[in-house]
Write a protein that binds this ligand. Structure first.
Ligand code: 13P
Length: 250
């Protein structure tokens, strides 16, 4: 059985100095945690410094994105092999902010997932419906097509984590209800079972969207939730440590 996975997605926050200050506070707060995995996805600019600071700790280095080629004339991009070289173990792919602001299609996301797996990094593949899609009863159609297209021709379930992040719950303070999370996660697990059979049991399904120290316990104890992907509340060391040690949170 896998460990639960709690990941900070810092998005476009923190200078190198701020990232190192966070870690000075955070590392001692979570040093005894060994029954779950902890990940931090800083900006690319911080990745080397954060990687050095968390070396030999129980925190895994994650990246927020990667391009789908390892080198070439792609101004402004960062490749999977470069991330691997910096010690990255997990790459977030297909975040809704990348889909929305950088026009990433399911086809591009599929290429990125393959490119990361080729470099033997694991992915945290994000899926989720918009508010409009939910209101039009399209949630399950969207999740299904994102899964089928994103994971097309990928037969390495050991390298895949999925994050269910309903777009309407991201950064809004509106957290999905336990029953919304539960039914989405059950649906996602059914879909991956169709693709991978019993090997789908190796794929963790995380929840993301307005996770806080106040609501973490009820989210983590919801059936079929194997972890969380945390934005805003991961920027503060004390708050994020409370999320990691959720049994003790209010
Ligand atoms: P918030 O926790 O700020 O809602 O962000 C969630 C998210 O997008 C994590 O990837």
């Amino acid at each position: 059985m896998f460990k639960k996975f709690i990941v900070a997605n810092w998005k476009m926050h923190k200078t190198i100095k701020e990232a190192l200050l966070f870690l000075e506070q955070f590392i001692p707060l979570v040093k005894d945690v060994d029954d779950r995995e902890i990940g931090i996805a800083p900006t690319f600019l911080c990745i080397e410094s954060v990687g050095k600071a968390i070396k030999n700790t129980n925190i895994k280095l994650c990246a927020q994105n990667a391009f789908y080629k390892n080198e070439g004339a792609y101004t402004g991009e960062i490749s999977p092999s470069m991330l691997k070289d910096c010690g990255v173990e997990y790459v977030i792919i297909g975040h809704s902010e990348r889909r929305k602001y950088f026009f990433e299609s399911d086809e591009i996301i599929n290429k990125k997932i393959r490119a990361c797996i080729k470099e033997e990094m694991k992915v945290i593949f994000c899926i989720g419906e918009t508010l409009e899609e939910r209101q039009n009863n399209k949630t399950f159609d969207i999740l299904k097509s994102q899964i089928i297209m994103g994971l097309k021709d990928i037969d390495m379930p050991d390298f895949i984590n999925i994050a269910y992040e309903p777009v309407w719950a991201i950064g809004t303070g509106v957290v999905a209800t336990e029953s919304q999370i539960k039914e989405a996660h059950i649906f996602i697990k059914e879909q991956i079972k169709n693709l991978y059979g019993d090997s789908a049991d190796k794929i963790r399904v995380l929840y993301g969207g307005s996770v806080t120290p106040e609501n973490i316990k009820s989210i983590m104890t919801t059936e079929n939730v194997d972890g969380v992907l945390v934005g805003g509340a991961s920027l503060d060391a004390l708050k994020f440590s409370k999320i990691v040690k959720y049994e003790k949170s209010i």
